[in-house]
Design a protein around this ligand. Structure first.
Ligand SMILES: Nc1nc2c(c(=O)[nH]1)N[C@H]1C(S)=C(S)[C@@H](COP(=O)(O)O)O[C@H]1N2
Ligand SMILES: [Mo]
Length: 230
């Protein structure tokens, strides 16, 4: 992202964006960032055209085929209190309200959701591309992986390239309607490039890390494949 575009976005959203309580000063952060080079690998991945998964026409959506797959219970989340934290190996940690998130670029796509348990469904997801959120937080050069923490204590980790794929969304709409709570409202991961269990529902925290940790994901830590690409 060009610096001017970044400053514009920061200026645009600074009123609504609360910095997480990490003791950093917003203005000195900005001054510091002006001299820091933008993460080279992230920039390369953003410029390199990534192969898009073919999308389906809206007429092929299969509303009844998307099964709710939740391993604990569906959490209760007050949308007014909800915040998405982005932290870890970033120059600009942030906390976003749903209002902040709805102002960011929107993309919708009709793709196939595939669950390892043997079912699949064509579904339309709408939301903000994850790459927009990652760019806003300005990844440090050390950032290579991304962890997602959910309200039901589900957790996942992804490689950076998959997170920056243009069809990887933080979705808040399903089939053109507000995302139902059972499907992960107010915000869930949705992408046609990975299996269903990678697509965390009820995400509240996105943490960039330099390494994969001992715990990689709810299902991965029970033996399922980590990359889980489609
Ligand atoms: N937080 C959380 N996210 C989750 C799950 C879960 O139990 N908790 N299940 C996963 C699995 S295995 C699948 S197939 C999809 C199912 O999404 P759906 O319930 O919207 O169909 O969510 C994934 N994300
Ligand atoms: Mo699944």
């Amino acid at each position: 992202m060009h610096r001017r575009q970044f400053l514009h976005l920061t200026g645009l959203s600074s009123a609504g964006l609360l910095l997480s309580g990490c003791g950093t000063n917003f203005l000195s952060d900005l001054a510091g960032n002006a001299t820091e080079p933008f993460n080279q690998k992230v920039e390369e991945l953003l410029l390199k055209p990534q192969t898009l998964v073919p999308e389906f026409p809206i007429s092929q959506i299969e509303p009844e085929k998307l099964l709710v797959n939740t391993f604990r219970s569906t959490p209760q989340i007050d949308p007014a209190q909800y915040r998405l934290i982005i932290d870890g190996e970033v120059a600009q940690p942030m906390q976003l309200s749903l209002e902040d998130i709805y102002k960011l670029p929107f993309r919708s796509m009709v793709i196939r959701h595939v669950c390892v348990e043997g079912w699949a469904a064509i579904v339309q997801w709408g939301g903000v591309p994850l790459r927009e959120l990652i760019q806003l937080a300005q990844p440090k050069n050390s950032a290579k992986y991304v962890y997602f923490q959910s309200v039901d204590r589900y957790y996942e980790s992804w490689d950076m390239a998959s997170c920056l794929h243009p069809q990887t969304l933080m979705a808040y709409q399903k089939n053109g309607e507000p995302l139902p709570i059972d499907n992960g409202a107010p915000l869930r991961l949705a992408a046609p490039i990975k299996l269903g269990y990678k697509q965390s529902k009820w995400v509240t925290r996105i943490t960039l890390t330099s390494q994969l940790l001992k715990y990689k994901g709810y299902w991965e830590d029970q033996g399922y494949e980590w990359f889980a690409g489609l």
